[in-house]
Design a protein around this ligand. Structure first.
Ligand code: NAG
Ligand code: NAG
Ligand code: NAG
Ligand code: NAG
Ligand code: NAG
Length: 248
């Protein structure tokens, strides 16, 4: 079943729900703003007490959470560009450091944890890996297991000036269901129109298992598509599992 949901609804829905614990994950790409996790220069106008890109955006005003602006991330320019090939599958690390490795975001390999990694596995409980909110606590994924991981999304604005990006210009073009769970989340990229420099946005709205929160970060991205492709329509439908609502 396909659910009709704009990125705006996805993110603003998170603002009006409550209850929590920190998860601290961001999508790391070559084009991310805040490439060193936080802005290192003199802070100009911070409206968010958390200054690190992987901190949750919680109970903040729009100007603070939108693109993580309130933590001055837009002043910390990307050091590169996130190159995305249309009609491919890409892997993106959801982690809390650029150098994170391992199967899970906290560096652990798959075989270093009970399998299945689920609170319904007694071995997970025995090892103290269940949180008070009945989710996994290490890393805190806001999920009890893979099937309860909320999913993450990538949106794009065909716009090269990050300050000119507004919510209504952002179109979700890929979601990865049941992420973040492993450190690497895989996204199916549709037949997007090429763009030398656009703004892509990664988002995650965890679904319970701790205090509600959300994550939204901006990236400079380049869409490579030698065969043309299409500019996705605005506002978008959040696609079911890698499908895309493109303009006709
Ligand atoms: C500081 O940021 C807030 C929120 O983004 C904005 O409303 C305000 O105009 C800014 N003030 C200055 C002096 O830049
Ligand atoms: C990874 O990066 C973090 C933050 O920059 C640093 O504290 C840590 O030592 C690094 N770890 C490795 C293994 O390089
Ligand atoms: C995942 O966790 C939920 C909530 O605890 C549970 O109901 C469900 O059975 C689990 N699924 C799997 C596949 O372990
Ligand atoms: C900003 O967006 C508006 C409306 O889409 C557009 O007309 C304008 O050219 C853009 N400005 C820049 C500097 O990109
Ligand atoms: C994601 O893709 C990588 C290869 O890039 C693969 O190793 C990994 O198993 C995939 N993860 C999932 C959850 O499908």
């Amino acid at each position: 079943m396909r659910r009709s949901l704009s990125l705006a609804r996805l993110l603003t829905a998170a603002l009006f729900t409550t209850p929590f614990v920190h998860a601290h994950l961001a999508a790391y790409t070559d084009g991310m703003y805040c490439p060193e996790n936080s802005y290192k220069g003199p802070l100009k106008n911070t409206t968010d007490p958390n200054l690190v890109v992987f901190d949750p955006l919680f109970q903040l005003h729009y100007d603070s959470w939108f693109l993580s602006k309130g933590r001055n991330c837009l002043l910390a320019e990307p050091t590169g560009i996130w190159e995305i090939h249309a009609n491919s599958v890409i892997s993106v690390a959801w982690a809390n450091w650029q150098n994170s490795t391992g199967y899970y975001a906290d560096g652990k390999e798959e075989n270093q944890r009970p399998i299945p990694y689920s609170v319904t596995n007694p071995e997970v409980v025995a090892q103290g890996l269940e949180s008070s909110s009945k989710g996994l606590n290490s890393p805190n994924l806001h999920a009890a297991n893979k099937t309860t991981a909320a999913g993450t999304a990538i949106a794009i604005a065909y716009e090269d000036d990050v300050y000119n990006v507004t919510m209504d210009k952002l179109v979700v073009f890929s979601i990865a269901a049941e992420t973040p769970f492993e450190r690497l989340a895989n996204y199916t990229i549709p037949d997007l129109a090429p763009c030398d420099e656009c703004i892509c946005v990664t988002g995650w709205v965890p679904n319970g298992f701790g205090q509600q929160n959300m994550y939204m970060a901006a990236h400079k991205c380049r869409i490579v598509n030698p065969n043309g492709g299409r500019v996705p329509k605005t506002p978008s439908l959040v696609p079911g599992q890698g499908l895309l609502a493109l303009s006709k």
